[in-house]
Design a binder for this molecule. Structure first.
Ligand SMILES: Cc1cc2nc3c(=O)[nH]c(=O)nc-3n(C[C@H](O)[C@H](O)[C@H](O)COP(=O)(O)OP(=O)(O)OC[C@H]3O[C@@H](n4cnc5c(N)ncnc54)[C@H](O)[C@@H]3O)c2cc1C
Length: 476
């Protein structure tokens, strides 16, 4: 326990008085799901307790209580972080503040194209609520059935539609935030224009819970596309993917919503380990892209645009084979290959994940340089470079050599990730495109951010959270 903290009993009885017995979890067995780190890299994690407030006022009361007793807080959404961001590392000192019970949709305004939701709403629930009023909420990622909007905004999540709609940050018009001193900032404005000083919401988006707790948000909605066409395309090489992407954007009037690069190794792992998946093409090829174009009208020309794009690319040697989904079920089967990559990867052994970004045009050069570097550094390692290549985001994941001890492979993380991150930095890229920094990349950050940038970040942290109680040890 924190030396400055109170005896657990005092704090817990005040917490119970605030939230009621249902709002506080203390039994080790009941806390277990909240202490599970998604990737299984970190085990034996401990917390003082889990608080489950069901309103912004309750969140504020818990935060005030923690400030009074100097109890550190780890905000937690769906706990799907891939950088160990939403779990505690304080040896049992911290309180996990789960937003799971704050899951109401507060308002939907189809004419303003907005939805107002509480932070604990599961992403898929928000997508479904938007679809009910004939609108699209475009944020979409593999964990969408579990992750929560508060977590998505706190990590500035990306996903498969960034190419057309932008990151989570771009979907936000307003926020409600409980500050580290327990005050509530009501910034729930539903305005497209509001130039009244600093745009404070952007401080909390992507802050990974280190500056405050997001309790609600006003999110942007879009017209629901009805002319959606999906293709699975075998490519000459990654350079052909980037050329095809540029052509797809141009030919379709920027109707390209997704462009995912997938190497054969990834497809092989998915086909081997994920039940119900099938190879979309007759023969294997080294590189593929999953492409989706989306237009507004059900009887529009998007399908024809996709077909002629692929025909031309085939004639020019960029594309070597392709299939276009003829039904929603076929499109879902193609997407299932992309969406179950993590499952296939996990079944293949331990993996070291790098979620990096370079300028889109530099993706082929990055893959060509980093792959042999890593293969030389650890013979037998399996490199899987895949991901949201339409926005320059490569998941450069390394799977352990067959037969290598799992822990011995994890011990290679500093050496191998330094190679990858140095390469990315030399190409003016980012060591974290969409997953954040969390606990996993915290120690790497100072090597790749300038002293000025780090100083500004620390200044903001000290100004908003002078006691350092908000998600300590994450990011900085
Ligand atoms: C299969 C799979 C696929 C994925 N695909 C993608 C992808 O394509 N793109 C992508 O960007 N990510 C992806 N992720 C990573 C992850 O899903 C995202 O980072 C997601 O946004 C995290 O949401 P969460 O609710 O699970 O947050 P958590 O994991 O619970 O928390 C993440 C961070 O946000 C903080 N936090 C959570 N809620 C709040 C709140 N209300 N207020 C303040 N801080 C809060 C936590 O303290 C923590 O720092 C994937 C993960 C999995 C398992």
């Amino acid at each position: 326990m924190n030396e400055a903290g109170p005896p657990a009993g005092d704090f817990l009885s005040e917490l119970r008085a605030t939230l009621g017995d249902k709002g506080v979890v203390v039994e080790a067995g009941d806390m277990e799901p909240f202490l599970r780190e998604w990737r299984g890299r970190f085990t034996d994690l401990k917390a003082r307790c889990v608080a489950l407030p069901h309103s912004s006022a309750q969140v504020a009361a818990v935060v005030k209580l923690c400030a009074k007793h100097r109890v550190p807080i780890v905000p937690q959404g769906g706990n799907t972080s891939l950088v160990a961001s939403g779990v505690p590392f304080g040896g049992g000192d911290e309180l996990i503040l789960s937003l799971a019970r704050m899951n109401r949709i507060r308002a939907v305004d189809p004419l303003n194209h907005t939805i107002t939701v509480e932070a604990g709403c599961v992403l898929q629930t928000v997508q479904e609520a938007a679809a009910k009023v004939d609108r699209l909420f475009p944020l979409s990622l593999g964990a969408e059935g579990t992750c929560q909007i508060g977590g998505n905004l706190s990590t500035n999540a990306g996903g498969v539609n960034v190419l057309r709609y932008g990151n989570a940050r771009e979907q936000v018009l307003g926020l409600e935030v409980v500050l580290p001193d327990g005050r509530v900032w009501d910034g729930l404005r539903a305005l497209r224009k509001d130039n009244t000083g600093y745009d404070l919401k952007h401080l909390f988006i992507g802050a990974e819970g280190t500056l405050g707790i997001i309790t609600a948000a006003v999110l942007k909605l879009y017209p629901l596309p009805r002319d959606v066409h999906t293709a699975f395309v075998a490519l000459r090489d990654p350079a052909a993917a980037i050329e095809l992407l540029a052509r797809a954007r141009g030919a379709s009037g920027d109707r390209c919503t997704s462009f995912e690069l997938i190497p054969r190794l990834t497809v092989d792992l998915v086909l081997r380990h994920v039940p119900g998946t099938t190879d979309p093409l007759d023969a294997p090829h080294d590189w593929y892209a999953l492409i989706e174009l989306s237009g507004p009208d059900a009887d529009g020309d998007t399908g024809a645009v996709l077909e002629s794009l692929l025909e031309r690319a085939f004639e020019d040697g960029l594309v070597v084979d392709a299939t276009i989904a003829q039904s929603a079920a076929q499109a879902a089967a193609l997407w299932r290959i992309r969406e179950t990559v993590s499952e296939g990867e996990a079944a293949a052994g331990a993996s070291l994940k790098h979620d990096v970004a370079v300028p889109v045009s530099q993706v082929p050069a990055f893959i060509a340089a980093a792959t042999p570097e890593i293969e030389t550094a650890l013979p037998g390692v399996r490199v899987m470079a895949f991901g949201h290549v339409g926005d320059g985001n490569v998941h450069f994941n390394l799977i352990q050599p067959e037969g290598m001890d799992r822990q011995a492979f994890y011990a290679e993380w500093p050496r191998l990730s330094t190679l990858v991150h140095d390469r990315v930095t030399a190409m003016s890229g980012s060591i974290s495109a969409e997953h954040g920094i969390g606990h996993l990349k915290r120690d790497a950050l100072p090597h790749y951010k300038s002293a000025v940038e780090l100083d500004l970040m620390r200044t903001l942290k000290a100004a908003l959270d002078p006691a350092g109680l908000m998600n300590p040890g994450k990011v900085l």
